[in-house]
Design a protein around this ligand. Structure first.
Ligand code: ATP
Ligand code: MG
Length: 569
């Protein structure tokens, strides 16, 4: 592709709308443009990368025996009512009515649609196993769309669904998909890790997330270098028992804490360590009020809370509800004297004595509060995020925390959807049984962003060869010079015929501009045809990252790059 004929609107400055590096670089490199919050257009360069991810995904799905379909984005409410998710899914499900006043939604995921398709067509165990997949647009009306493609409202997902006769079959399909995911992210040239995950709104009992490792990731992975255990924060059990020093219970005392609300402020104001303070968080759990106690230096994990109570939904109570339930404004809630609220506590609090809590009164806290004597906690659960220093729940060695971006998520669903929707088959004995399902997602557009989060420097993107929009930036320095243009043209043809994708910068621009743009869009190799070529007949071949500048004849350059591309894509 000749750059002068290409549509590549690059930007010199960081756009104000972007917070994270992948978003900034995608805008600057002319890959995407924003249409509305969380909704983006792909420009030619961005689309080429998206297509590369799709191709790798498609090839590996096909190799695993999955069959491609294309399901509608617009879905009728009736299907979602059958599984109860029309009411449960919350506002991420964008609902609307057609002209006949029928309820519809835009598909955030396709379990209902695929289960409906399969229940109508699959009759017998002979039709199983079956894995169907699609690569298509999803819509989720996210509360906080942000970070460009990372958390969009409209985005591209690969979703696959497996149907088996029994648990054993499901285990095989799950294993097959797990292995396909490893191949996919390896082929994408990304450093990643599969971790144990919570099953959330999709449901089911076993689940793994595939995380691209990046310091900027929204997710935290707890992993054990000793035994290989890895889980996301929602799943990583905090097993550490704290042995608090033996202390006599001291008399409870109310103290004045004017305007001091945050745990850190209260601890500093009272001159106690943060770990001697207990936060009281008011939650609505399936609509029922709970006070959740957690140590001042720990963080509550809402997914653990939901799981501990076997609930569908947990939401933090708003300021008005907090005031109604505790009698005090936010910041002063405490367990003592709370009557209409169930009190539960994090396990790290077991054995803690003489701690500080809110007094359910504006500008007041209690010091020397104690369990049993002053209030009763109904139960202790593992509710906190593990931190540096926590131990592996499997082998007891210290855990390491790293950050990641969730690019894939696979679930064993079991019969949750097939039972609800009557998707059955006849087994060998002619007995009717529900299909056993799994589902498998990959955020295709998010993978593009994640690749950039993991691979960039101050100058721009550094594409892995397999995802790069083009393999080579061919820079002609001196496009007025016939000899240089002829040599470049020949090289362009030679490379193209060798299967190397070339973006040829033959614009009438200064060398500095060409190098800057090439670094920004991040093609894995630069081939420079300039002064050196005139002197020596050789071109410079330079990888985008790292050392390795070579002076090669045009033929050598073609062979070198052909070899690289063939071995890595
Ligand atoms: P998250 O926890 O990031 O919200 P999720 O658990 O809701 O993701 P799944 O339902 O498992 O996501 O969807 C499968 C994959 O789709 C995810 O692993 C992720 O890569 C991608 N994905 C989910 N939501 C978005 C989004 N808003 N924008 C882009 N990709 C997304
Ligand atoms: Mg997920």
């Amino acid at each position: 592709m000749r750059l002068s004929r290409y549509f590549l609107p690059t930007l010199r400055e960081d756009p104000a709308e972007a917070e994270v590096i992948s978003h900034k670089l995608m805008l600057r490199a002319g890959m995407i443009r924003r249409l509305a919050s969380g909704i983006y257009s792909f420009l030619p360069l961005g689309l080429r990368v998206l297509r590369k991810v799709e191709r790798i995904v498609r090839e590996e799905m096909d190799k695993a025996g999955a069959l491609e379909v294309l399901l509608p984005l617009v879905q009728p409410a009736e299907l979602w009512q059958e599984t109860g998710r029309w009411d449960k899914f919350g506002k991420e499900l964008l609902r609307f009515k057609d002209r006949k006043d029928h309820d519809f939604c835009l598909g955030p995921t396709h379990e209902e649609v695929i289960t409906d398709l399969v229940r109508k067509e699959v009759r017998s165990y002979r039709d199983l196993p079956l894995i169907l997949y699609q690569i298509a647009t999803k819509f989720r009306d996210e509360i906080r769309p942000r970070f460009g493609l990372m958390r969009g409202r409209e985005f591209i997902m690969k979703d696959a669904y497996s149907f088996d006769a029994d648990e054993e079959g499901l285990n095989r399909s799950y294993e097959l998909m797990y292995e396909a995911y490893e191949k996919i992210f390896n082929r994408c040239g990304l450093r990643f890790r599969a971790v144990l995950a919570d099953t959330g709104a999709i449901g089911g009992d076993v689940s793994h997330e595939f995380m691209v490792l990046a310091e900027t990731g929204e997710d935290v992975i707890a992993s054990c270098p000793s035994c290989g255990y890895a889980a996301n924060l929602e799943m990583a059990e905090a097993t550490r028992r704290f042995s608090y020093p033996e202390e006599k219970e001291k008399p409870l005392q109310k103290v004045s804490t004017p305007g001091v609300k945050r745990a850190e402020e209260v601890a500093a104001f009272l001159g106690v360590p943060l770990a001697k303070l207990v936060k009281t968080l008011i939650y609505l759990v399936d609509g029922k009020p709970y006070a959740v106690l957690i140590r001042g230096d720990h963080e509550l994990n809402e997914v653990k809370l939901r799981r501990a109570l076997g609930a569908e939904r947990v939401e933090m109570a708003g300021p008005e509800e907090v005031e109604k339930l505790t009698g005090a404004p936010v910041g002063f809630a405490g367990p003592i004297g709370l009557s209409r609220v169930t009190i539960i506590a994090d396990r790290a609090l077991e054995g803690l004595k003489n701690f500080v809590v809110g007094a359910n009164e504006k500008d007041a806290h209690y010091v020397n509060a104690n369990f049993s004597r002053d209030f009763k906690a109904e139960a202790f659960y593992d509710l906190r995020n593990v931190t540096e220093g926590d131990l592996c729940p499997r082998c007891g060695k210290p855990l390491t925390l790293t950050r990641g971006i969730e690019v894939g998520h696979i679930f064993k669903l079991g019969t949750k959807y097939s039972a609800a929707m009557g998707a059955t088959f006849l087994d060998r004995e002619g007995k009717e049984r529900p299909l056993v399902m799994g589902c498998y997602g990959i955020g295709v557009s998010r993978t593009v962003a994640a690749a950039i989060e993991q691979n960039h420097d101050a100058q721009g993107i550094i594409w892995p060869l397999s995802l790069a929009p083009f393999h080579v930036a061919l820079l002609t320095l001196g496009p007025q010079d016939d000899e240089l243009m002829r040599a470049s043209e020949a090289l362009y043809q030679g490379l193209t015929q060798a299967g190397v994708e070339v973006l040829w910068d033959e614009r009438d621009e200064r060398p500095g501009v060409k190098f800057k743009d090439a670094d920004l869009i991040g093609l894995p190799y630069k081939v420079v045809v300039g002064k050196k070529f005139k002197e020596t007949g050789k071109v410079e071949v330079k990888p985008r990252a790292g050392e390795g500048l070579q002076l090669l004849s045009p033929e050598e350059a073609v062979n070198f790059l052909k070899e690289k591309v063939a071995s890595q894509t």
